[in-house]
Design a protein around this ligand. Structure first.
Ligand SMILES: Cc1cc2nc3c(=O)[nH]c(=O)nc-3n(C[C@H](O)[C@H](O)[C@H](O)COP(=O)(O)OP(=O)(O)OC[C@H]3O[C@@H](n4cnc5c(N)ncnc54)[C@H](O)[C@@H]3O)c2cc1C
Length: 427
């Protein structure tokens, strides 16, 4: 018999974009009447919740960081029990999990949405110098305002913007901040004396060819020099040197049963290049949370090794049918964004209801994701796509065109949709 105070019908792990939206939808779905103290628990260690998509605009000096943060207690729906702790171990065989104070909780159904780990430690020399010596990053709440200070202080020299190996949450953000910085350098009258360089671990400027082609033109128009298959491995802060390693392109996907395509080996593979910088914007590698990677719920090999193993359409775990996942933690081939979560949550809750009722799971996620690609302080190219790079536009307009109306959407409307619609389970 379960100890009732440690048992919940539903447990949600993570109070970010996915967890809070799921809590709101779950409460709506199962109705206020059937709501009891032991219905839903949300496990989340942080006092605050962050709207990360605006961190790019904080780094660009457009908004203040405070508007991206709200107290967690104001967002967790009434009636949902907040367990203010971190999960350290999953034991799905016994429908239980352990939190950091060693307490164990049991559940009937589990939703995992703990996001991902932004791994500053994975680049030698980065943690020690972040926020100093011209090194900055918008991938942290406490660093995004510092990023603007650093970019705004540039007088001349070399500005480098890096992209780590995929997956990266909002893979467009590394270049959005670059376009805002380039505009800032022009506004400050220092652009002529400042070179702008884009260094990416990927073979192209963006993962979807249609948008990649359009963005190459944006970079060329802005006189930005691009360098591909270059991985940032070390920062020598005192000397202001970034060390890049030449990497190989990701394997070409082949149809099942076909022989893998073998490409000629690049003679420069593994070669290290030292690049002197005046300002360096770093996007660190993104990794799965440790308690997911070491659990029996993670993929054990392949490109998604360590990320949560779910069916990419139903979001149900392969091994345990009472466990679902959503958001950045997923080992699925969609782009990791809040926009993806807005599509995932409603269908996940419907599928969970089907499991409870013993019905087949009919709601399928198409991999939808959206990246409002900021190209200046008043233009955005709205990239919307799904699995296999399928273009999924919401509006009947050329999606590769930079538009002011999409800037208004990104700057003003999407934050409102997020706080007042998505997190309340309405949109
Ligand atoms: C600079 C930047 C720009 C972005 N731009 C965009 C954009 O323009 N459009 C867009 O759609 N998306 C964008 N994103 C991505 C978007 O913010 C994320 O995809 C989204 O927040 C992921 O939601 P999540 O719930 O999976 O994770 P998160 O929102 O990160 O939340 C995870 C939560 O889990 C908690 N947690 C972690 N570990 C544990 C544990 N062990 N136990 C319990 N709780 C735990 C954390 O404290 C956190 O509150 C951007 C992100 C960044 C950083």
């Amino acid at each position: 018999m379960n100890n009732l105070s440690n048992h919940y019908r539903f447990i949600i792990v993570g109070g970010g974009s996915g967890g809070i939206s799921a809590a709101a939808r779950l409460k709506k779905k199962f109705g206020a009447n059937s709501f009891s103290a032991n219905s839903i628990a949300l496990i989340e260690p942080s006092e605050n919740h962050y709207y990360q998509p605006l961190w790019t605009l904080v780094g660009g000096g457009v908004v203040k960081k405070e508007i991206t943060q709200k107290p967690m207690k104001c967002l967790i729906p009434n009636g949902v029990t907040w367990i203010k702790d971190s999960v350290i171990e999953l034991m799905p065989e016994s429908n239980s999990l352990k939190v950091s104070d060693s307490k164990t909780f049991t559940y009937d159904y589990l939703i995992l949405s703990p996001g991902l780990k932004v791994d500053f430690e994975k680049i030698k020399g980065l943690s020690e110098t972040l926020g100093k010596n011209g090194v900055c990053s918008i991938y942290d709440y406490h660093q995004c305002e510092k990023t603007f200070e650093i970019l705004n202080s540039v007088k001349s020299g070399k500005a480098l913007f890096t992209v780590p190996p995929m997956p990266v949450k909002c893979a467009g953000a590394p270049q959005k901040i670059m376009y805002l910085a380039e505009e800032l350098f022009r506004d400050n009258g220092v652009r002529e004396k400042t070179e702008v360089h884009f260094y990416s671990n990927s073979p192209a400027i963006f993962g979807v060819p249609l948008f990649s082609k359009a963005l190459e033109k944006v970079a060329a128009r802005k006189n930005i020099q691009t360098h591909f298959l270059q991985k940032l491995v070390e920062i020598k802060a005192e000397q202001k040197i970034a060390v890049f390693e030449k990497v190989s392109p990701p394997p070409v996907p082949v149809a099942p049963g076909c022989a893998p395509v073998s490409l000629p080996t690049d003679p420069h593979l593994g070669e290290k290049t030292e690049v002197k910088f005046d300002v360096l914007h770093v996007v660190p590698p993104n990794s799965p949370p440790d308690f997911i990677a070491k659990s029996s719920l993670a993929w054990t090999d392949g490109a998604q090794k360590g990320w949560l193993e779910v069916d990419q359409y139903t979001l149900q775990c392969h091994k345990f049918k009472n466990v679902f996942g959503l958001g950045d933690v997923l080992g699925t081939p969609n782009a990791k964004t809040g926009a993806a979560i807005r599509k995932q949550v409603p269908l996940l809750i419907e599928n969970l209801a089907s499991v409870i009722e013993g019905k087949p799971l009919t709601n399928k996620y198409d991999g939808y994701s959206s990246c409002p690609l900021i190209t200046s302080k008043h233009t955005v190219m709205l990239a919307e796509f799904g699995y296999d790079g399928k273009i999924l536009p919401s509006f009947p307009l050329d999606p590769t065109k930079e538009r002011y109306v999409y800037w208004l959407l990104k700057r003003y409307l999407l934050p409102k949709i997020y706080w007042w619609g998505m997190l309340k389970g309405l949109l």
